[in-house]
Design a protein around this ligand. Structure first.
Ligand code: 5AD
Ligand code: SF4
Length: 358
């Protein structure tokens, strides 16, 4: 069959909410993105409207005992600047997020043993006590079921943990000492505990094929993820992948668009990695199906040290300044800023999906 017919059939199938095949997804990823992106933009508008949700991101520790081959914070990088915010500094940053009118705070760190689950529980409880309306998203890596349960009990609402790649061999190569199965177990545990779970992948990892990316999309769909984070890989000079090529921006936009078509009511952020490779990355992402952005609410003296990849895009040197720029960009894109926690699980499609998930 000619490629154009496969493409048209595949897109029509997606719009009818049919389960695509891996082959169809490869075809869609391999074509120029115009039609796909326009379709995703329409589906985004129909299902989640024109709001763009802001999440205040606090990167509270750059210590990490993992050694992921792509990441500047890997334990093997002895040149990485390491810092750890105290609970009081984190609470002050949360206060800034609330004062700025944002409805969600995201607490992210490397896998830092100092931040035991007991310490995190205390922090989450304190935040919930002070700001009961604020949604708390954690992104602190792999922990046990009991740890996730304690954090949920303490008041954490959401959890971000990317599976990074659904190819088990590639996963094992890039994550010394850990497996994809282990990562997926964590995601299942988080779902069982009632977290709103976010996951996703990197685009353009060395050795990754279009078939791998198609499988990533099928996994995203199978997990019925309410939040999906997808960003391009960016080589960091102090990692084993220093000499590799960065992920492709148009391919990343097609991944966002396909995610929107596969999960119409999900929350999809534009990632800072995309904005780093493409000056217009945020706007392009919002027009390819995305509806979230995560401005940095970490005290700015620490920004440079949370270096997952180099030359991280920066909106301004404070949260207030970044927000002013973002609001301008959101308005210029014909969108408006969402108010409140902006949960995908609150949408009726998700309530329905829970009962129909295969
Ligand atoms: N390029 C792009 N994204 C990266 N991440 C880590 N290192 C890099 C890199 N070099 C992403 C991972 C992780 C998230 C917090 O940051 O996908 O899940
Ligand atoms: Fe640590 Fe996360 Fe970087 Fe891996 S991606 S080295 S777990 S901070």
């Amino acid at each position: 069959m000619p490629q154009t017919i496969i493409f048209d059939d595949a897109l029509a199938g997606l719009l009818a909410q049919e389960q695509p095949s891996q082959e169809q997804l490869v075809c869609l990823l391999g074509a120029t993105g115009g039609d796909l992106i326009a379709a995703a933009d329409r589906v985004r508008q129909q299902h989640v409207g024109d709001a763009v949700w802001l999440r205040g991101l606090i990167e509270f520790s750059s210590y990490c005992h993992h050694n992921c081959c792509y990441c500047g914070l890997r334990s093997g990088n002895k040149k990485a600047g390491r810092y750890r915010l105290s609970p009081a500094e984190i609470l002050a940053a949360v206060q800034q997020v609330v004062a700025a009118g944002l409805g969600t705070v995201v607490l992210q760190s490397g896998e830092d043993a100092w931040w035991t689950t007991a310490r995190l529980v205390e922090l989450v409880q304190e935040i919930k006590k002070q700001y009961p309306q604020l949604a708390i998203t954690l992104s602190v890596g792999e922990r046990s079921y009991a740890d996730y349960a304690a954090l949920r009990q303490a008041g954490a609402d959401r959890y971000l943990l990317r599976f990074e790649t659904s190819n088990p061999e590639l996963y094992a190569k890039l994550h010394p000492g850990t497996t994809l199965a282990q990562r997926l177990d964590c995601l299942y545990h988080l779902q069982q505990l009632g977290y709103e779970v976010g996951s996703g992948c990197l685009v353009g990892l060395p050795g990754q094929t279009l078939a791998d990316l198609a499988n990533d999309l099928l996994l995203i769909r199978r997990l019925r993820l309410p939040m999906v984070g997808i960003g391009p890989f960016i080589p960091h000079p102090e990692t084993p992948l220093a000499g590799a090529t960065a992920g492709d921006v148009p391919l990343t936009l097609k991944m966002l668009a396909l995610t929107r078509l596969l999960l119409p009511a999900s929350n999809i952020p534009v990632t800072t990695a995309l904005a780093t490779l493409d000056g217009g990355g945020r706007q392009n992402g919002w027009h390819a199906g995305a509806n979230v952005v995560m401005p940095n609410a970490t005290p700015s003296v620490y920004w440079q040290q949370y270096e997952l990849y180099p030359d991280k895009a920066q909106l301004g040197d404070s949260l207030q300044y970044s927000l002013a720029t973002l609001v301008e960009q959101i308005t210029a894109a014909g969108r408006y800023v969402g108010q409140g926690p902006g949960s995908a699980l609150a949408r009726k499609e998700y309530n329905h999906a829970e009962h129909t998930a295969q």
